[in-house]
Design a binder for this molecule. Structure first.
Ligand SMILES: [Zn+2]
Length: 395
């Protein structure tokens, strides 16, 4: 505790003679020149520190010390040390003092404002932090850092409109295209509107998200769900089928919705051909299982078993095997093959065991495993990186 507080002793010395010289000057034998200049208040401050009363010491030093270009960075560094130790109140006092004493030295004032905003953020005072970052976002050299912090704050507050505005400003400042992130914010807003019962405004937001990023799978899924709910099944189907061209990795997410629309729209006959084409172009066990269902309905379980077995010969899949065993058991039910039924029972237990509690999705950036689809990785906060897992026990 006292170690950090004693760093205050270096401040006046840095003021008098620069940092390096100052380090030597704290040696007792070189103290006299400092004493003459600093007077009794300085030693009063030291007494407070030695008596472990750092708050009183800080008051004395803040009163005592001039802030100038020599000491400003030391003040900032000390404030930051306090913040990192979780003593945010002290950090705020030091940085506030700097801001008020910086006068017309705008560089120092802005550096101190940036740190003060971080202090407020650490203290959970988001409104105050937001105001300072807004001020800094208009100042050359500080825009990028301030805008990134503002975007973080708006994400925490789920204020998507302000988040979109800040990302657009960041696009202008950096020249980077950030449509992917903007589209996600607009989708978040669409979801909020849908939950509030305003389907029309939600649809408009989903379409705005598509305009921001043509490849937004999430916006297509949202548009499809909203159109389906309004009874526009063909429109919904167009939106869901668009996912294939946007990002084939998400086909497993779109397939159940595509299936449902074909069934709702009375176009079940076309579903088989659509799934077959998807399977040929992209593979994947979700499409395979959807095809097996269509074949089982149209031609019976035996045909579905033959189709599945042929597909699994060229590509192993636990989920495929699980369905195959299930279909075989259906065929055996009521039959006179007790030994075969017992073997299938064992196999079925094994596949269920292998699939139980397995993550279905994984973040391609940090490896975070998930049972449900997250558009923003809960671990690394990247967008669009959590996708269906591929491989023997996945897609
Ligand atoms: Zn991640």
């Amino acid at each position: 505790m006292i170690g950090l507080d004693l760093l205050w002793l270096l401040l006046p010395v840095a003021a008098a003679s620069g940092w390096l010289v100052g380090r030597r000057a704290v040696e007792p034998r070189e103290a006299p020149p400092a004493r003459g200049r600093l007077g009794s208040d300085y030693y009063r401050g030291i007494n407070y520190l030695l008596n472990e009363q750092p708050d009183k010491a800080i008051e004395v030093f803040i009163e005592l010390l001039e802030v100038d270009s020599e000491t400003a960075q030391t003040h900032i560094a000390l404030g930051n040390l306090y913040r990192r130790r979780g003593e945010v109140d002290r950090a705020i006092r030091i940085h506030q003092n700097l801001v008020s004493r910086a006068g017309d030295r705008s560089g120092e004032r802005h550096d101190a404002l940036l740190e003060l905003a971080q202090d407020y953020l650490s203290a959970g005072l988001l409104d105050r932090a937001e105001n300072l970052f807004l001020e800094l976002s208009e100042i050359s050299g500080y825009e990028v850092q301030a805008l990134r912090q503002l975007i973080d704050i708006y994400e925490q507050e789920r204020d998507w409109e302000k988040a979109v505005r800040s990302v657009r400003q960041l696009e202008r400042v950096t020249g980077n295209q950030l449509g992917v992130v903007i589209a996600h914010y607009q989708c978040e807003e669409a979801q909020r509107l849908r939950a509030a019962g305003d389907a029309g405004a939600a649809l408009a937001q989903a379409r705005a998200a598509l305009a921001s990023h043509r490849g937004s799978v999430r916006a297509s899924l949202l548009e499809g769900e909203l159109l389906q709910a309004s009874g526009d099944i063909d429109g919904a189907l167009d939106a869901f089928r668009r996912v294939e061209t946007q990002d084939p990795d998400y086909i497993p997410v779109a397939v159940p919705r595509i299936e449902e629309c074909f069934r709702l729209g009375g176009r079940r006959g076309e579903l088989g051909a659509v799934l077959e084409r998807l399977a040929e172009a992209h593979g994947g066990v979700t499409v395979l299982l959807a095809r097996a269902k269509v074949v089982a309905e149209a031609e019976g379980a035996r045909a579905a078993v033959d189709m599945l077995a042929a597909a699994l010969r060229s590509r192993s899949s636990v989920r495929g095997l699980d369905r195959l065993v299930e279909l075989e058991r259906q065929l055996l039910r009521g039959g006179r093959e007790p030994r075969e039924a017992a073997h299938l029972e064992i196999l079925s237990t094994l596949t269920r065991e292998l699939l139980r509690d397995r993550p279905v999705y994984q973040c391609s950036h940090c490896g975070f495993p998930a049972r449900s689809l997250h558009w923003q990785c809960p671990s690394c906060k990247h967008w669009n990186t959590v996708k269906p897992i591929r491989g023997v026990d996945g897609e």
